[in-house]
Design a protein around this ligand. Structure first.
Ligand code: EPZ
Length: 420
């Protein structure tokens, strides 16, 4: 298994180009199951989860061609309709559940593996199943698989999500595109990746319109048109690099993403002392050597502070000149990075879903273990500013969601090597 060897502290300076958003690309790729005609998708990040989704689509009968560079694919549905989404593919990537909605909408039949939990939480799919049931899907769960059918087309319905869920919102929007009649989804997640999905579907002829802050209306259509679409830049990767500049007193020009999507995070970084200049598709950020603490960061659904940047900001607050508190409201077990940060010298106390961070920490290099995608990014950030050598094990977690991360880091001054 690959590991990273990082020698800190590193002087961070230069520019970094943000890749396409994994969490926008995954539902967009899954929704191509709805199409009869070819679709071209650009700006795909070359990360493990995207490869897994493309393999899953291939196993479901799609033809995948990489055009010019590997970040553009042409997806063509072949005539053979396959409906079995295997555990071997879905277990490594929870977003595999996103093929259920389009399969039921298109083929009226699907056998999809339950995605299984992961380290950050049980991550059930009950909100997905309840919503699709209201659209006419009937299912039973046998030996870890969801055996689903619908009598002919799905039928539009009015559905109010009991809790906000990114994936359940995405699955339902995709399924409703081909349903008969009107669907209204209430209490939706409104993460930017969902807007990218609805922009993609609408440009292919789907009739989708947001009629309230968290309410979307979908009028079913017969079919979708062939289109070419470019995926949005990854706001979580951009936020991760903003933390790297802020914690290392470095300066970075971070390009190819929409800064408006990380307004909450940028305001916090200004509060801790970073200097930030915002342009249309990039930002310039200058860190500080006097990092101010922040009394409280609370993760919540968009547009509030995102759970996917919680671990990275925790590392930053370890270096702040005072105490900070982070409250994690989205996942029940998303503090796995804390034990590893303590090995670097962090003083953090956990009580329920709150992390109390002492601050004024001098990180000293150590051997570390990755546990999940964003926690691994946090360990990389800490190792970059730690004194001495750090080894980060199981970086396959990182490879799931950060494209060519060590090349990007080396280019801005990090002393990092991948050991296979
Ligand atoms: C998406 O996961 C993202 N993944 C996650 O990013 C992100 O952390 C999460 O949204 C929250 O923003 C992708 O987009 C591929 P949810 P998702 O449904 O859709 C519970 C990363 O690092 N829940 O909004 O699975 C769930 O357990 C990943 O890129 C149910 O109980 O998130 C969680 O506690 C990590 N039943 C909460 O709701 C359900 O049916 C929010 O989950 C669905 C969810």
């Amino acid at each position: 298994m690959d590991r990273f060897l990082i020698k800190g502290p590193c002087k961070i300076k230069g520019q970094v180009s943000i890749s396409g958003s994994k969490n926008a690309a995954l539902p967009i790729l899954a929704s191509t199951i709805l199409f009869e005609k070819p679709v071209i998708i650009k700006n795909l990040p070359r990360v493990k989860d995207i490869d897994t989704m493309l393999n899953l689509l291939k196993s479901l009968g799609s033809k995948i061609q990489f055009l010019n560079n590997k970040s553009t694919v042409k997806i063509t549905k072949n005539k053979k309709k396959k409906i079995f989404a295997s555990y071997s593919l879905v277990k490594t990537m929870r977003a595999g559940i996103l093929v259920l909605g389009p399969m039921i909408a298109k083929h009226h039949k699907s056998i999809t593996s339950l995605p299984g939990g992961c380290l950050i939480g049980a991550r059930p799919v009950n909100y997905h199943l309840n919503a699709l049931k209201k659209l006419g899907m009937r299912y039973e769960i046998k030996k870890g698989y969801i055996h689903a059918i619908s009598k002919g087309k799905l039928k539009g319905a009015i559905i109010k999500f009991s809790n906000i869920s990114v994936g359940a919102t995405e699955n339902s929007i995709i399924a409703a595109c081909l349903a008969k009649g009107k669907t209204i989804l209430k209490n939706c997640a409104i993460e930017p990746e969902i807007k990218d999905l609805t922009d993609f579907l609408r440009s292919a002829g789907a009739k989708i319109k947001w009629i309230g802050k968290r309410t979307v209306q979908i009028d079913g259509v017969q079919s979708l048109n062939s289109i070419k679409y470019s995926v949005m830049g990854d706001r979580i990767e951009a936020g991760t690099f903003c933390v790297i500049a802020s914690i290392s007193n470095g300066n970075l020009l971070i390009k190819n993403f929409d800064p408006n999507l990380i307004k909450t995070e940028l305001n916090l970084l200004k509060k801790i002392g970073s200097k930030i200049k915002i342009f249309k598709k990039e930002i310039y950020i200058q860190g500080t050597n006097k990092i101010k603490n922040i009394n409280s960061i609370i993760t919540k659904e968009y547009p509030n502070f995102p759970t996917d940047l919680q671990a990275q900001f925790m590392v930053l607050l370890c270096k702040a000149n005072g105490r900070s508190i982070i409250t994690e409201n989205i996942f029940e077990n998303r503090f796995m990075h804390v034990a590893e940060l303590r090995r670097l010298g962090a003083k953090i106390m956990i009580k329920d879903n709150k992390a109390f961070i002492e601050g004024n920490t001098e990180f000293l290099g150590a051997e570390l273990m990755s546990s999940d995608l964003r926690a691994s990014a946090a360990l990389v950030i800490a190792a970059i500013v730690a004194k001495g050598k750090s080894v980060i094990n199981r970086i396959y977690h990182l490879d799931r969601g950060y494209e060519k991360i060590e090349n990007k880091l080396r280019k801005i001054g990090a002393n990092i090597k991948r050991l296979s």
